[in-house]
Design a protein around this ligand. Sequence first.
Ligand SMILES: Cc1cc2nc3c(=O)[nH]c(=O)nc-3n(C[C@H](O)[C@H](O)[C@H](O)COP(=O)(O)O)c2cc1C
Ligand code: SF4
Ligand code: SF4
Length: 255
Amino acid sequence: MTKIYYFSGTGNTYWSAKKLAERIGDAVIVPISREIKQPDVRIEADAAVFMFPAYAYGIPVMVGRFLERAEIHAGYLAALVSYGSSPGGALAEASRILGRKKMTLNYGGRIPAVENYIPIFGAQEAELRSRRIAMQAEATEQAAAAIVSRVNNRVPTFKPFAGFVSALFHIGCPRMGRLFRVTADCNACGFCARICPAGAISMTKEGPVFQKRCEQCQACLNFCPQKAITFGRLKQDTERYHHPEVAAGELFGTQ
Ligand SMILES: Cc1cc2nc3c(=O)[nH]c(=O)nc-3n(C[C@H](O)[C@H](O)[C@H](O)COP(=O)(O)O)c2cc1C
Ligand code: SF4
Ligand code: SF4
């Protein structure tokens, strides 16, 4: 069996994980956000695939902790990074963590997707989004074919600049929850708390409260049905994004 472990905020990685599992056949997909809560993270599989978005040229904080903690028994290891413009050293970072455990990634693949960091980069134009969604489907198919054929490629481990940027992000990320604002349009539906993979939002009578565990995945502000969550300079009328074939409900309760 192939076990596919994924982390996803706005559904791009989740969509590719589902397609990969369909294409491989004997495969299950497991949210890292849930698995990391187990007292022992033990992976036994013919092949293990780790899928995550690029964050600041590196990997999400939770994915790093997961790879560090996991006891892995698998004959073939692959990592696939979903990214908006440049994945930087994300694969290298995953590869370094596994290397410290004397494990080698057999295959590393890059999956272009729509950029979801809208507070920083704004919303991508509709035409660019469609193009990148098509690129994502093609790259997912190629990665699946490579994994089925047990392709080995060379995954770099040395990306010092990207490693530095990612390290800074990892330091700042948990504290960025305080930059969220909730507008009066919030109807206290609780979607944001249910979709947060980090369990970083608690619902109170006044609405959602953001805690320090935030991973910056952007799920809450992109999936809020009221567009009531803003972050930093993000405007309430800026178009939100999530993968068009992923409904919020599919990502609920993965923490
Ligand atoms: C905090 C943050 C940092 C990001 N950094 C990068 C990056 O360094 N390079 C890049 O190409 N995309 C970056 N992105 C974009 C995401 O990697 C990309 O949109 C990804 O497909 C999102 O996957 P998801 O929908 O599964 O969460 C970043 C997104 C976020 C939220
Ligand atoms: S998803 Fe939006 S409307 Fe619903 S509780 Fe969260 S902020 Fe409020
Ligand atoms: S608070 Fe929002 S951005 Fe932070 S981890 Fe939760 S859903 Fe993602």
